[in-house]
Design a protein. Structure first.
Length: 398
């Protein structure tokens, strides 16, 4: 089956008729439909399917005579809220298509080739990115993960059970079979556009994290409370959001408040509480710490003036990840693909931190837009990505 046929079959699942964006939240109906499609395609290729207790699935191509360790590829099928089509699924679809290309070439690998579909990569439901790969590698405490709840208060274990899974959180057995990991992903920026290159290889992932900012004040009447008598946490939040923008721009880094919850959330009421989540990404670990510290300082000073309070909690922080340089050179060298950094987090970063030699291939994104319905990659570039992945898998398993 061709890449175009695979893509056409998957693309309608979980798509919003109004925005054109995707809602494929982990263990919910649309994501489960994507997962069922993945299992069906793996069975159609006679791949050996392994499912761990974390929601991850790995399907192996093991021709007779192959020896461990294997080469793993793949990505994820979940999306951010109202996200794009390509972030994650492009890597899964391209992996299946690459196996088809290798078989059409008559190639038989000396080592097994696996295709992974990781769970909850985006953190869109349970608030922790790369949850499936973190649990599989032992980077996440299973007991702490079991306490996670989505925005509606549904516990992770209940969500998995409702999806027909049997949760058994913790390190995965299939990881012992992995010698290296190569993840193909749509580029989430314009580096390849500027270089006029359809394919790139990752050098590193910028350090990044999520921090919860809890602003508390005093609820009051919007009409009868004089402006000078208010203790409004919304004002403290607004100033902090502006400070985050300014400090990130001055430092050449990234800071985003993209999610906000307000209580009591009434049009005619001064809020009692504003909870906002900061996403910060920088070129170095020290730069992340400095940026968040400066945003926190300015927010705290504003809280003192407003008669409110601010508490900051780090919910997830990932340090910088330098991908295996020898592996990147081996992949990029024969084809002359550029080696570029990324400021986006990926399951590849989690496996690399676990000591598995890891690389990433990027497919050009003509607009650079991601985490949006406007996310896009041209078919010609996607096909170049399939060939690049097939070539890479052939080199690594010959």
């Amino acid at each position: 089956m061709t890449f175009e046929q695979l893509w056409h079959a998957l693309s309608p699942v979980g798509r919003s008729a109004s925005s054109g964006g995707y809602f494929r939240q982990p263990f919910a109906s649309a994501e489960r439909e994507c997962h069922a499609w993945f299992l069906e395609e793996c069975r159609a290729r006679d791949l050996e399917i392994e499912q761990d207790g974390n929601g991850n699935t790995v399907a192996w191509w093991r021709p007779p005579g192959t020896a461990q360790p294997g080469v793993l590829t793949g990505s994820h099928l979940d999306s951010v809220l109202d996200g794009g089509a390509y972030d994650g699924p492009l890597g899964v679809v391209s992996s299946l298509a690459a196996i088809d290309v290798l078989r059409d070439r008559g190639f038989v690998p000396d080592r097994p080739i696996g295709v992974a579909a990781f769970a909850e990569e985006e953190g869109s439901r349970f608030g922790l990115a790369c949850l499936g790969s973190r649990l599989a590698t032992g980077a996440m405490d299973p007991a702490a993960a079991a306490e996670l709840r989505d925005r509606d208060g549904v516990p992770l274990l209940d969500a998995m059970g409702d999806a027909g899974l049997s949760p058994a959180l913790g390190p995965a057995e299939w990881l012992k079979e992995v010698g290296c990991f190569v993840e193909l992903h749509v580029e989430q920026g314009r580096d390849l556009v500027d270089r006029e290159a359809p394919i790139g290889v990752a050098s590193e992932i910028w350090p990044h994290g999520r921090w919860r900012f809890d602003f508390t004040g005093e609820a009051n009447h919007a009409g009868t409370t004089r402006m000078e008598d208010r203790h409004d946490p919304m004002l403290t939040y607004a100033m902090t959001a502006l400070a985050a923008n300014k400090q990130a721009r001055l430092a050449g880094e990234r800071a985003t408040f993209g999610r906000v919850e307000v209580a009591p959330n009434g049009t005619n009421a001064v809020p009692s509480r504003v909870t906002a989540w900061l996403d910060a990404r920088c070129s170095t670990d020290d730069a992340v710490s400095s940026l968040v510290a400066e945003i926190t300082r300015q927010g705290s000073e504003r809280a003192e003036r407003d008669g409110t309070a601010l508490q900051v909690t780090a919910e997830s922080v990932s340090g910088s990840v330098a991908f295996d340089g020898d592996l990147a050179a081996r992949i990029a060298g024969p084809s002359g693909w550029p080696v570029i950094p990324t400021a986006a987090g990926h399951d590849a970063g989690i496996l690399s931190a676990a000591g598995i030699p890891t690389a990433m291939l990027f497919v050009r994104n003509p607009t650079g837009i991601s985490h949006s319905p406007s996310e896009y990659a041209r078919t010609a570039d996607c096909l170049a990505g399939v060939d690049a992945l097939a070539d890479t898998l052939e080199r690594l398993t010959s």
